[in-house]
Design a protein around this ligand. Structure first.
Ligand SMILES: NC(=O)N[C@@H](CC(=O)O)C(=O)O
Ligand SMILES: [Zn+2]
Ligand SMILES: [Zn+2]
Length: 344
């Protein structure tokens, strides 16, 4: 195949940041995707509809001229989120999900949920309003091995949550394990998962190839090869419960190459080319359209995009560094060459 045309895709898990970082990264996403679910883990976090509306306006103001990209906003769930804020979110028309960060699990999660027992009224309201719950699915117990935190989350948090709120729509974000893929495929009710390009392309060896590689460090951390294989099987299966979410999570070069480097990989620049590589490696490029463009809007109850985009078999060399406001940003797989390019 020399070209691959597909319905214009959306990104169902994205970090756009704010200020000059937002201005630097937004054009990359707007070039690749029609819409994106924008994560609320700013400092301070986007905990109210009013904050989400102001953030949405800053995103729209930062768009390149002529872009029709649509940000789909989310609220950051806290121990104190009130049911009336959920009702407001539903009425707003621009808030499409609420995000659960277990406190301390990842970047800017300090205001996250300490125990879901504090969120029962909010979850009840979300189930009632049919508002999607997006979940960073890792336990935070320091005694649990970092490679096991997703697996333990399924048993300790997700299964009880599913049982207590059987009609809640849940997206298990950025899944990284065979256990998560199996859970999502088999769970009762409306459960789906996003899968990143980096978890389809790399296993944990990428973190230590010839030395420590901070630009391959994200959360949940890359896992063993058999987990990567299970994720590829899920993404290419045609099961509509699995869809595209890049989790593109930009951090400045110096903030990653540090004593205590930040978690997150920047992939918005070349997301589709990365996913096309993973799908082609699996011999399933023809399955990319469902995963990237159909199953996400279907789950979120939004129309599929009308436009189409085209990938061509043409080498794409990934830059080693990008401008990121006053900082530098190193994209995933910097310096490598992919065999697909998105044609404008
Ligand atoms: N994925 C990451 O490693 N980092 C994300 C947060 C998140 O999605 O957990 C970030 O905001 O930097
Ligand atoms: Zn996360
Ligand atoms: Zn994320």
């Amino acid at each position: 195949m020399q070209t691959y045309e597909l319905t214009r895709p959306d990104d169902w898990h994205l970090h756009l940041r704010d200020g000059e970082a937002l201005a630097a990264v937004l054009p990359d996403t707007a070039r690749q995707f029609a819409r994106a679910i924008v994560m609320p883990n700013l400092k301070p976090p986007v905990t109210t509809v009013a904050l989400a509306e102001a953030y949405r306006q800053r995103i729209v103001a930062a768009l390149p001229a002529g872009s029709d990209f649509e940000p789909l906003m989310t609220l950051y769930l806290t121990d104190n989120t009130q049911p009336d804020e959920i009702a407001k979110a539903r009425q707003s028309g621009f808030v499409h999900a609420v995000k659960l960060y277990p406190a301390g699990a990842t970047t800017n999660s300090d205001f996250g949920v300490t125990d879901l027992k504090h969120c029962r009224a909010a979850l009840e309201a979300m189930q009632e309003a049919d508002l999607v719950l997006c979940v960073h699915g890792e336990v935070t117990d320091a005694a649990i091995d970092v490679f096991d935190r997703e697996k333990v989350f399924i048993d300790d948090v997700l299964i009880p949550l599913r049982r207590d709120f059987p009609n809640l729509r849940i997206v298990f974000e950025h899944i990284t394990t065979a256990e998560a893929a199996t859970y999502v495929a088999e769970a009762e009710g409306r459960v789906a998962a996003t899968i990143t390009a980096h978890h389809l392309l790399y296993n944990r060896n990428a973190l230590f190839k010839g030395g420590v590689r901070p630009h391959y460090y994200c959360l949940p951390v890359l896992k063993r090869e058999h987990h990567r294989e299970a994720l590829v099987a899920a993404a290419t299966s045609g099961n509509p419960r699995f869809f595209l979410g890049t989790d593109s999570a930009p951090h400045g070069k110096a903030d990653k190459e540090a004593d205590c480097g930040c978690a997150g990989c920047y992939t918005a620049l070349h997301a589709l080319e990365l996913y096309a590589t993973a799908f082609e490696n699996a011999g399933c490029l023809d399955r990319l359209e469902g995963f990237a463009s159909w199953f996400g809007p279907d789950f979120y109850g939004l129309p599929r995009n009308a436009g189409r985009i085209r990938l061509e078999r043409k080498p794409l060399t990934i830059p080693t560094s990008l401008e990121f406001g006053a900082k530098q940003l190193v994209p995933l797989a910097a310096g490598e060459t992919l065999s697909w390019s998105l044609i404008d």
